[in-house]
Design a binder for this molecule. Structure first.
Ligand SMILES: [Zn+2]
Ligand SMILES: [Zn+2]
Length: 326
């Protein structure tokens, strides 16, 4: 049981791979669009199915699945900011998978590309293309690399090599279906509406606000050459992920809230796991903050769909293709 203080920056490990895809034209992913629309359509039934038992199911499941994303998909798997025993890593990955945010390998690959190209044309969800693009619309657009079954593995080879992670990745929707059936058997439609639809929508927007609001509104403690912000109200609804400028500055740090008042529930849970002897090698900020290669962010203006053309016209100096390996 130890707390290792490692050097920053260590956000990107490199090995050759083709540059991340830029969306040259919008190709819609109808399955994702209809799936997210269906989750939100389920909210209509929330007032008619409310009971306190269903609400308790909502509270417990939103905590379990939101932490599955923030603690596991993000801080453990994407950034390896601490370690847990393998059995716990898989169990936490299942919790994150139940948030219905796609397979774990693609989630991690997408987020690593975001850090490598934050607010550049290759960023999958920069609000430079507009708030709603960063919040949700980017999820509907086909990306030649990140939506390619095997190409996206190059950004998360550590997970792609792991049979259990690959299994959970490939079966990710199935787990929500199983949970839905169990909830129906246990408490009928109220449990399904509150435990699946309301809960999933709630966790969606908590996660999505980190990509949208926390790259637009808030303060910057560090000059990271991109647009991430520390935003207290996003931190409140996202278990501490709203301290996003701190995170871009020290991506390997398990703690995102770095001042005493920057409340970070996810890090508190990591500390509890540490007290229980389950989390080790906890990384904390040290050294100079990470900074992307200089770029005139004002010249990016709105990227919109035709990002490559706009980038060329603005004669942007893009960072070298960033490569990520194990
Ligand atoms: Zn970010
Ligand atoms: Zn991150």
């Amino acid at each position: 049981m130890s707390t290792a203080v490692l050097e920053a920056p260590a956000e990107v490990r490199t090995e050759p791979i083709e540059p991340s895809a830029i969306t040259p034209r919008l190709k819609l992913k109808w399955d994702i669009l209809l799936g997210i629309a269906a989750i939100h359509a389920g909210l209509v039934f929330a007032p008619f199915t409310f009971n306190w038992s269903a609400f308790r199911v909502f509270i417990v499941l939103q905590a379990v699945t939101a932490l599955g994303i923030t603690l596991c998909f993000h801080r453990l798997l994407t950034h390896r900011s601490f370690q847990v025993p393998k059995w716990l890593e898989y169990a936490l990955t299942l919790c994150g998978t139940l948030a219905l945010q796609g397979g774990v390998i693609k989630w991690v690959a997408t987020h690593r590309v975001h850090h490598a190209f934050s607010d550049r044309p290759q960023d999958p969800h920069s609000p430079k293309r507009g708030f709603w693009w960063a919040h949700v619309f980017w999820l509907f657009a086909y990306d030649d690399v990140l939506d390619h079954e095997t190409k996206c593995w190059a950004y998360a080879p550590d997970l792609a090599r792991d049979k259990v992670h690959m299994f959970l990745h490939r079966t990710h929707v199935l787990w929500t279906v199983i949970l839905g059936l169990l909830l129906f058997a246990w408490g009928g439609w109220p449990f399904v509406v509150w435990g699946i639809f309301v809960r999933t929508a709630f966790v969606y927007h908590g996660t999505w606000l980190v990509n949208s609001a926390a790259h637009i509104w808030g303060y910057q403690s560090y000059d990271t050459n991109e647009g991430s912000r520390n935003n207290w109200w996003v931190a409140l609804v996202s278990y501490g992920e709203g301290w996003h400028n701190n995170h871009h500055a020290y991506p390997s740090s398990a703690a995102h809230g770095l001042r005493w008042w920057e409340v970070d529930v996810t890090y508190a849970v990591i500390r509890l796991l540490w007290l229980a002897g389950l989390a080790t090698e906890i990384r904390l900020p040290r050294g100079n903050p990470a900074k992307l290669p200089a770029i005139d962010l004002s010249r990016l203006a709105k990227l919109r769909w035709a990002a490559p053309n706009l980038a060329r016209r603005a004669r942007l100096t893009l960072p070298n293709p960033v490569r990520i390996a194990s």
